[in-house]
Design a protein around this ligand. Structure first.
Ligand SMILES: C[S@@+](CC[C@H](N)C(=O)[O-])C[C@H]1O[C@@H](n2cnc3c(N)ncnc32)[C@H](O)[C@@H]1O
Length: 443
């Protein structure tokens, strides 16, 4: 770091012992959080700094997907995309290393209408958090899967944008996550760099001619950053793309990419570089006939008609039913692309659950409650913060006056999940995995 920063090193070192800033990015599709008193993150229209770290678990708006807690530096990708990708047409976007989903939710809110975002996470144990965070964000055009980057090889040239937010040695997180210091070693840096090149060489092929590859890490060393960028230009023949970033934002231009340093801006150590695929092969795959990998069945016309009542009028969905009768759905305009993905990937991709028909009754799923495609006029009950937290602990709620049947639990107009009012009691349908585990008796 002394070599990289010269005279700036002592200030950098001092900054590492200060408190890291806390920042959130609001969900433009789920307005409900009052950020009017907060300082803005300069490079993202929905990014804000908090004066101190609150207990996010105790804020129902957080559970409803009203905002995502994201380190400020990485929000700069919004500006990079805005400058480098035309937003007039729908895009196919792949977030190759996506869990827990910070950049996927950023991509989802940035992408032009009609685009498709596929968020992939190879480590199985990290997929559920990615799925839940994307479900919470509510954007119906986002899908998840779990593959090694090599598994995408039948999708060469398919994506307009591929983000590789690579696993790295984490030097930029030393202030925020002291454990990262103990995991660091020169050997680990070497190992990370080699792994990043393996991931990048798979990613490069997936980018359509003219498309964009974004590479990012949260580390400082050249081996994982600019040396990998140089390798992409010289060995993978990508064209490096500069970005215009106002000097007052405090990012530092390296030879290929840009580095955030905590002593120059309010954020952690984050590096990114952008590349255009000027050669590459256009996608030439085949679409599956239907959601083959799901072993899906079509829905009965009567059931399709019943489902229309649960979705917003302008949500034109197609539906498939899994062998266990769960109904899944996605926007019809993405069906062809999803059929391409289903044909090309060993187990296809995961679509959002809408619910389950049990006899004539439809049991709505949590994903549907969180989706922005849900009908806006379904029976709902606004809960105050205290009751909302008890609902989120999956406790039984007592309602004095409420209509019978399915009810959306809401806080500040945002959906939290489903309740069913049986008259003599109210059943709480929040999925077990979503419940708050901390003790809230003290609040
Ligand atoms: C820096 S994190 C991604 C953070 C995420 N993009 C976000 O903004 O929330 C890198 C991710 O890459 C995954 N990963 C680890 N080894 C990988 C590999 N060989 N190929 C692809 N991804 C890998 C990790 O499990 C981790 O979730």
């Amino acid at each position: 770091m002394k070599t990289q920063l010269g005279a700036g090193f002592s200030l950098f070192a001092e900054t590492l012992s200060t408190e890291p800033p806390v920042s959130i990015r609001l969900n433009p599709d789920k307005p409900g959080y009052d950020a009017s008193e907060l300082a803005k993150v300069p490079w993202h229209p929905d990014g804000y700094y908090m004066p101190e770290r609150p207990v996010f678990t105790l804020d129902p708006v957080f559970h409803a997907g009203g905002y995502y807690v994201q380190e400020a530096s990485s929000m700069v990708l919004h500006e990079v995309l805005t400058q480098l990708v035309p937003s007039k047409y729908p895009l196919r976007i792949l977030d190759l290393c996506a869990a827990p989903g910070g950049k996927s939710t950023l991509l989802a809110s940035w992408m032009p209408p009609g685009s498709l975002l596929l968020a992939n996470e190879v480590i199985r144990g990290r997929v559920n958090v990615l799925k839940d965070n994307l479900a919470r964000w509510g954007h119906p055009d986002t899908f998840t899967c779990s593959y090694d980057p090599e598994a995408f090889s039948k999708l060469n040239g398919f994506f307009d944008v591929v983000l590789v937010d690579a696993p790295c040695s984490g030097e930029g997180l030393f202030r925020k996550d002291p454990d990262a210091v103990h995991e660091w070693s020169p050997e680990h840096v070497q190992l990370c760099s080699a792994r990043q090149r393996r991931i990048l060489s798979a990613a490069v092929k997936l980018v359509a001619p003219g498309g964009l590859l974004l590479y990012s890490t949260c580390t400082y060393n050249e081996l994982e950053n600019d040396q990998n960028a140089q390798w992409l230009v010289e060995n993978q023949r990508l064209t490096h793309q500069p970005v215009n970033l106002p000097a007052e934002w405090g990012l530092s231009a390296r030879n290929y990419g840009y580095q955030c340093y905590p002593h120059r801006l309010r954020g952690e150590g984050f590096y990114f570089a952008a590349f255009r695929q000027t050669r590459g092969v256009p996608f030439q795959g085949k679409a599956a006939r239907y959601m083959d990998k799901l072993k899906s069945k079509s829905l009965h016309k009567r059931e399709e008609a019943a489902l229309a009542d649960w979705l917003a009028e302008d949500s034109d969905f197609f539906f498939v039913q899994r062998p266990d009768d769960t109904v899944l759905g996605a926007p019809r305009e993405l069906k062809e692309d999803l059929l391409f993905l289903d044909a090309a990937l060993p187990q296809g991709v995961w679509l959002r659950e809408l619910g389950l028909f049990k006899g004539k009754e439809f049991i709505p799923a949590q994903d549907l409650a969180m989706s922005t495609a849900i009908a806006p006029d379904l029976p709902a009950l606004e809960l105050n913060r205290d009751t909302a937290l008890h609902f989120l602990k999956k406790e039984n709620i007592v309602l004095s006056e409420a209509p019978k049947g399915w009810l959306l639990a809401q806080h500040q107009g945002l959906n939290l999940g489903w309740m069913k009012n049986l008259g003599n009691r109210v059943n709480n349908y929040l999925p077990k995995d979503w419940r708050i585990r901390m003790d809230i008796r003290e609040i």
